[in-house]
Design a protein around this ligand. Structure first.
Ligand code: 13P
Length: 249
């Protein structure tokens, strides 16, 4: 945890949630999140952002899971940052490895999306993370540093942007890096953020994501430069997600 920084516990619901169950989940999270030290964010499918604003009751922030880089236009099936904002979002996840892989999103495209998000008044949560091969070849830090450098636009610091380190091989697998590996990666990312954004880099939130569960959250969140978590599977169970949020202090 970085001293003086309010932790952020973000739930990425991915492609899960129909109206009724989503309402119940959001309400349960909002009930448990009141008064916590951590800021709590849920990123449901875009169709659920507007319907969940009431359940979140200003206690839990809402975010999208992606946006297009253009403000509007002929982009069938896409959604703009302004549309997410209009629906009630204040954050948007960008460059998740599932999108980098399934839609071949490059870091340059992620950067353009982050620019669009900031222009619409959303806080971008930019994901970076190495595939397992790069970890095994000893080049995880190099790959992640390059991804981050290419994905963050000018003004990211002033916008209060968030970076989430999510090793691809830790997502949905129950496996996590060692505490030493998370610490080393986050220290490297912190140094690069401070260099790229001298005014704000030391205080920007740096999340860890990948198989964060109630059982490992406290240990991970206690590591230096880990200012919160991006949670997939465990964010779909209110008690589990809240236990992780409580572990942030
Ligand atoms: P899991 O927590 O299910 O491993 O997912 C992590 C993730 O991809 C969050 O964006």
């Amino acid at each position: 945890m970085t001293p003086g920084v309010r932790p952020l516990i973000a739930g990425n619901w991915k492609m899960h949630g129909l109206a009724a169950e989503a309402q119940a989940l959001a309400r349960a999270v909002a009930d448990g999140a009141a008064g916590l030290k951590a800021e709590v964010l849920i990123c449901p499918p875009a169709t659920l952002i507007a319907p969940l604003t009431q359940a979140c009751a200003g206690v839990v922030a809402l975010g999208g899971q992606d946006c297009h880089e253009a403000a509007k236009g002929a982009h069938t099936g896409d959604i703009s940052a302004a549309m997410l904002k209009d629906a009630g979002a204040s954050y948007v996840i960008l460059g998740h490895s599932e999108r980098r892989m399934a839609y071949r999103e490059t870091s340059h495209r992620v950067r353009a999306k982050a620019e669009a998000a900031m222009a619409a008044g959303l806080i971008p949560v930019v994901c970076v993370g190495e595939p397992e091969d790069d970890r095994l070849l000893g080049r995880a830090e190099e790959v992640v540093a390059e991804q981050m450098a290419e994905s963050l636009p000018d003004g990211f610091g002033a916008a209060g942007g968030v970076v989430a380190y999510e090793p691809v091989w830790a997502i949905g697998t129950g496996r996590t890096p060692t505490e030493a590996d998370i610490t080393a990666m986050h220290a490297m990312l912190r140094a690069k953020l401070a260099e790229a954004f001298p005014a704000e880099g030391a205080g920007l939130r740096l999340l860890y994501g990948g198989s964060v569960k109630p059982g490992n959250a406290a240990a991970i969140l206690a590591l230096p430069h880990v200012d919160g978590a991006l949670v997939g599977g465990a964010s779909l169970v209110a008690e589990d997600f809240l236990a992780i949020a409580r572990a942030a202090g």
